[in-house]
Design a protein around this ligand. Structure first.
Ligand SMILES: Cc1cc2nc3c(=O)[nH]c(=O)nc-3n(C[C@H](O)[C@H](O)[C@H](O)COP(=O)(O)OP(=O)(O)OC[C@H]3O[C@@H](n4cnc5c(N)ncnc54)[C@H](O)[C@@H]3O)c2cc1C
Length: 422
């Protein structure tokens, strides 16, 4: 057991759990995960969890592909199918800019060997009777996309990791400690040595993975790392039950209305990108997100009003539709919308701080990228070759920034306002 590599994971959201799962496939790992609350109870449980494969950035497509692979593996390993709904995703464009975006997305999909079906407006409205589309709408269906329950996927990663490490042939071990908060990161010179818990207990390790979601920023600052991300509002609404939303109808992205939607057991779940940036400061976050508010537009009515006209052009029934739920929480946005993964390095690629890996900044896509992020972090922790190019995810790629600076936080929130895809 002495040559085991000791790895601590801070945070038991979907990313911490996916890191544990990826590491548990490797030999000689002593994995310890600390979660201050309970697994997957923070931002993970709020996600709409759309899983779309066609991504503009190759690296993101590589990360998402691994999530689909992980879902298939977990189905086998745990002997029961995860609640993945392969309903497909429809990309709709009416205005010139959006039509161009749909064409681009279809090109990217084709380059990635993904199936794309072009549909007429009439065919789309048969699939999604809640929609009313102008005749000339460009509609691309990617039938292999879908959505999943994010909580159950996170728990499945953790269960998968437990199952693998309990197999007689496994030389790795896993401990998951819930209700166990990491208070300090222990550093000696240019090396991170472990962590200290809220009760004062110290635990030493070869590698500490910071997967603490929006709280990652303040942990990383303890070791002098400024993570280039900010807590930004993400939100969606769930309507009353509607006959016009078949349970297996495709997910929809509507760049003309800055909107996305998917069926939610006979109800319609729809999200809108904010026109106005709403964000918080990482040093002001409570430890528990239940009841968290950004201090403005708490029920989302202003955002709904901002987006109402554009959305109701495509969803004319909106003004007669009851809203049953409004869900709002934090997404950790970076200025370019790609996550932050890796060790801190200088411009020559030399490691500046050993033993500390960041795994965060998912910019509204952490469920979709979870499988790939877990795999990458496991490869980094074990000194293996990364399976995809890490450069676009490097944590130092924005240069010197201050995550506590309001202008920087605003810049991150604007990245979300500008997002048009799913
Ligand atoms: C409204 C909404 C819709 C979304 N829709 C989608 C979508 O459609 N598709 C998609 O891919 N993504 C979506 N997301 C984004 C997705 O939810 C996140 O990217 C993902 O959940 C991030 O996971 P995480 O593990 O980094 O964070 P979290 O789930 O927040 O986990 C971090 C964990 O760290 C723990 N922690 C914090 N500090 C400490 C500490 N000091 N010690 C120990 N533990 C600690 C916390 O308790 C928490 O459990 C959405 C998000 C929101 C809010």
């Amino acid at each position: 057991m002495s040559d085991q590599r000791k790895i601590i994971i801070i945070g038991g959201g979907i990313l911490g759990c996916s890191a544990a799962y990826a590491l548990s496939k490797q030999p000689n790992c002593q994995i310890t995960l600390f979660e201050s609350n309970t697994l997957a109870a923070a931002t993970t449980s709020y996600a709409a969890a759309l899983l779309t494969r066609a991504r503009q950035k190759t690296v993101i497509a590589d990360l998402v592909r691994e999530t689909f692979t992980a879902i298939e593996e977990l189905d086998q390993l745990l002997g029961q199918k995860l609640p993945y709904n392969p309903v497909g995703s429809l990309h709709l464009g009416s205005e010139p800019e959006s039509r161009q975006q749909v064409e681009q997305m279809a090109q990217i999909a084709a380059q990635q060997n993904l199936r794309v079906d072009w549909l007429s407006s009439h065919q789309v409205m048969e699939l999604c009777p809640w929609l009313d589309l102008p005749e000339d709408t460009l509609a691309a269906l990617l039938p292999d996309d879908g959505f999943i329950d994010p909580y159950q996927l996170a728990i499945a990663y953790a269960q998968g990791a437990k199952t693998l490490t309990r197999q007689p042939e496994s030389s790795s071990s896993l401990e998951i400690h819930q209700n166990c908060r990491v208070e300090k990161i222990l550093q000696q010179g240019d090396k991170v040595m472990g962590i200290e818990l809220a009760n004062g207990e110290q635990v030493f390790a070869d590698v500490v993975i910071d997967a603490a979601g929006p709280w990652s920023t303040m942990l990383a600052r303890q070791v002098g790392i400024n993570l280039a991300m900010a807590p930004v509002r993400s939100h969606y609404w769930i309507t009353e039950a509607l006959d016009s939303v078949p349970k297996d109808s495709p997910m929809v992205t509507l760049p003309d209305a800055r909107a996305y939607a998917r069926p939610e057991v006979g109800h319609l779940l729809f999200g809108l990108r904010d026109y106005h940036p709403i964000y918080a400061s990482p040093d002001k976050l409570p430890q528990d997100l239940a009841g968290f508010s950004f201090g403005q537009d708490e029920q989302g009515w202003e955002a709904l009003e901002d987006g109402y006209e554009a959305l109701s052009r495509f969803f004319p029934g909106l003004n007669q539709t009851g809203i049953e739920h409004y869900i709002s929480s934090i997404s950790s946005y970076t200025p370019d919308g790609a996550p932050l993964i890796g060790f801190l390095k200088d411009s020559q690629g030399k490691m500046l701080l050993e033993g500390f890996i960041a795994m965060t900044g998912c910019s509204g896509g952490g469920i979709g990228m979870s499988g790939g992020m877990g795999r990458l972090v496991s490869e980094l922790a074990l000194g293996q070759q990364a399976y995809t190019d890490l450069t676009p995810l490097a944590i130092e790629r924005f240069g010197a920034i201050d995550p506590l600076d309001e202008n920087f936080q605003r810049q991150c929130a604007l990245a979300r306002c500008g997002k048009r895809s799913g």
